[in-house]
Design a protein around this ligand. Sequence first.
Ligand code: FAD
Length: 323
Amino acid sequence: SYIRERYEALKGPFISLEFFPPKTLPGKRNLLARMARMTALNPLFITVTWGAGGTTAEKTLELASLAQRELSIPVCMHLTCTNTDKEIIDHALEKARLADIRNILALRGDPPVGEEWDSNNGSGEFKHAVDLVQYIKQNYPDDFSVGVAAYPEGHCEGEADGLLQDPRRDLPYLKEKVDAGADFVITQLFYDVEKFLAFEEMFRCEVSEDVPLFPGIMPINSFLLFNRASKLSHASIPKRILDRFPPEIQADDSKVREIGVDILVEIIDEIYERTNGRIKGVHFYTLNLEKAIAQIVSKSAVLSSILEEDQSDEEDAEGDIVL
Ligand code: FAD
């Protein structure tokens, strides 16, 4: 089903989950089992990433289709549009439609790390994500709910030319994507609540009052990964958060994860409270891992109600059993 419709019918808090396609067959089997277990967390939707430059196209389509068929949760497939051909985009959209995938996250994409775009590659008709939003809305008008990306701390474009990240600079282009028909927005990961809250205010005032905005958050599974992911995503880590990982514990993954769970719970609960429930849920960059997320959900005052709802559903279902 369409994410936007499911979101609008929803009363309580929710989570959504991002996965990436594993490289190996055992990896895929393990991931499917893990995804099935994580349905106990009642995600509003799950997303499957599209490897940079379409490098995982077939694996993404396969995982997204399997998940759509096996789990009764809407799947959103990521799709990047630059440096590629219209035929590849159409092939991906046709396959998604046939697999009953109803949601696409329309992205521009990046050149592979350390490379520049090859200007001979692709037909050049997709320069920015908005071109893909328009293309889907024109050519597949009833098939897909379309999401787009946003950057609470600003996109990093122009950094090489000395420009500082600034969410204000991206805002007109985000508005362009929403005006072209984007149905929901998912943000880049962040750890600075103040920056997200300032962005949310800008978004509501200048982009849209009602398009759902899903804050993206990545659990902290190891100190190394936490730093690497923040750097890659150009997300700042506030000093008060870094200070909670003194050098003597940085190599202890289970201690780091325990502190990370507390930090994320605080971030999620604070966002919910300070936006008066305008932000009802959070999108987890899972890195295909489940432990930290299950712990965050059960410890968060806001999200733990998801589990309570789940239990009451089970009790209701018991009443339905006719012997
Ligand atoms: P755009 O919206 O096109 O914006 C890119 C930059 O161009 C911004 O700086 C914007 O301000 C500027 N811009 C936009 N329109 C114009 C215009 N008309 N004129 C001038 N400047 C303009 N990448 C992958 O390869 N695979 C994935 O699966 C993937 N998933 C992602 C999921 C999320 C939630 C996010 C936040 C990012 C994801 N990315 C993924 C990364 C993404 O492809 C990059 O961040 C990319 O650099 C920008 O994509 P975009 O869709 O935000 O681009």
